[in-house]
Design a protein around this ligand. Structure first.
Ligand SMILES: [Zn+2]
Length: 123
């Protein structure tokens, strides 16, 4: 497996138009699996992903590789068709008449985990 390396500059928007995820790789040792530590490009939030041949643990959640495929591939807009992986983002670009379902990119805001309640909001 190729290990991804990045410059990890803070708030680097050059490639994706929003802050690029900062990536550090940690080698495994003993009973510890190797992992990637992903840090948000705009703040100190982080996620560690441990990996092995038969599973992944992301943020403390352990699952089989196939289990993660089922959850993550649609979110990454990738579809499995037979033995092939299809990039849905590319096939969507071809049908330019369809309105995009993606919200307008706000480079400084995280995608909300839940709808913030209007009542009780402070300024
Ligand atoms: Zn952030």
């Amino acid at each position: 497996m190729r290990i991804l390396k990045r410059s990890n500059r803070f708030y680097d928007t050059r490639r994706f138009g929003q802050p690029q995820i900062r990536v550090r790789h940690r080698r495994g040792g003993g009973v510890r699996s190797p992992s990637y530590v992903l840090r948000c490009g705009c703040c100190s939030q982080k996620l560690e992903i441990f990996y092995s041949d038969d599973g992944l643990e992301m943020g403390g959640v352990n699952g089989a590789i196939e289990d993660w495929w089922e959850i993550l591939l649609p979110l990454l807009r990738i579809e499995r068709r037979g033995g092939r992986l299809v990039d849905l983002a590319l096939s969507h670009e071809r049908s330019a008449n369809k309105p995009s379902q993606r919200a307008a990119a706000n480079p400084h805001a995280h995608i909300p985990r839940r709808t913030p309640s209007v009542a009780g909001s402070r300024r």
